[in-house]
Ligand binder design. Structure first.
Ligand code: OAD
Length: 236
């Protein structure tokens, strides 16, 4: 990639596409999660209020499915980048899976929350969680049986937006990997980064909705594109 010598601060955004080759369904592909389920039923506060059993069961299945999948070459490559890049790196993911962590990344900002975290609606404290919630287990902190998945639903505010915008404001390079660019605010990060002078790169199976906002776009599977790009950044 051009201007590599000037790259000191990188912000990476990942989406469901980076985990697709590990066997986790994306949202908007044919047969994807949003074709199998109605978004308003399983990914909104209103859906949860209407039918908590349905929602808790949906996330219980997705959490349990994590045990059957493994990180792929793209997750591992980003972990290598974190370990070996001498500048600043912020890895932001929209994914609620734990494949970045299991691939070796140590600092991951989950802007849409995490399947392996529970949020208590009584005490509002988050706890690491790896069990079902449908049977209404008590909150480990306050004992109330009011846990919900610590996942950001439509209509809720994604996590740590201030930190993300600060990093975008001083980034030299913004890279978007495996995301359709259909969901804001993440879909707007490319324009935010460009405005303050960052170069922008898309790595996705196909052109995303916002592909024209990027200086450069490479299309193909993440397991191939991401390791190649990481080697370029690290000068190998
Ligand atoms: P999408 O399902 O919208 O998009 C996945 C993108 O990954 C698509 O553009 C695919 O072409 C691409 N893709 C598929 N396989 C790939 C591969 N092997 N390598 C590279 N790219 C591949 O998923 P997201 O963009 O992550 O939010 O969706 C964003 C948000 O919408 C999610 O976090 C979720 C969803 O509704 C909430 O639930 C709040």
């Amino acid at each position: 990639m051009r201007f590599m010598a000037e790259i000191n601060r990188i912000v990476i955004l990942t989406g469901a596409g980076i985990s697709a080759e590990s066997g986790i369904d994306t949202f908007r592909s044919a047969g994807g999660l949003w074709e199998q389920h109605k978004v308003e039923d399983v990914a909104t506060p209103e859906g949860f209020a209407r039918d908590p059993d349905l929602v808790l069961g949906f996330y219980d299945l997705r959490r349990a499915a994590l045990a059957k999948v493994k990180p792929n070459a793209a997750h591992h490559a980003l972990a290598k980048l974190e370990a070996d890049f001498s500048g600043e790196l912020l890895l932001v993911t929209q994914n609620v899976d734990d494949l970045h962590e299991r691939g070796g990344s140590r600092q991951v900002l989950h802007m849409h929350g995490e399947l392996k975290s529970a949020l208590c609606t009584s005490c509002e404290i988050r706890s690491p969680w790896d069990a079902p919630m449908s049977d209404r287990p008590p909150c480990p902190i306050c004992q109330a049986q009011t846990l919900r998945p610590d996942v950001v639903w439509f209509g809720e505010m994604p996590y740590q937006m201030e930190r993300i915008y600060t990093a975008l404001g001083s980034a030299d390079l913004f890279v978007s990997i495996g995301t359709s660019g259909a969901v804001y605010p993440a879909a707007g990060f490319v324009q935010e980064a460009r405005q303050t002078g960052a170069r922008t790169l898309e790595l996705n199976l196909e052109p995303s909705d916002g592909t024209h906002f990027f200086h450069e776009a490479r299309h193909g599977p993440a397991s191939k594109l991401v390791p190649t790009w990481v080697d370029e950044v690290l000068g190998r």
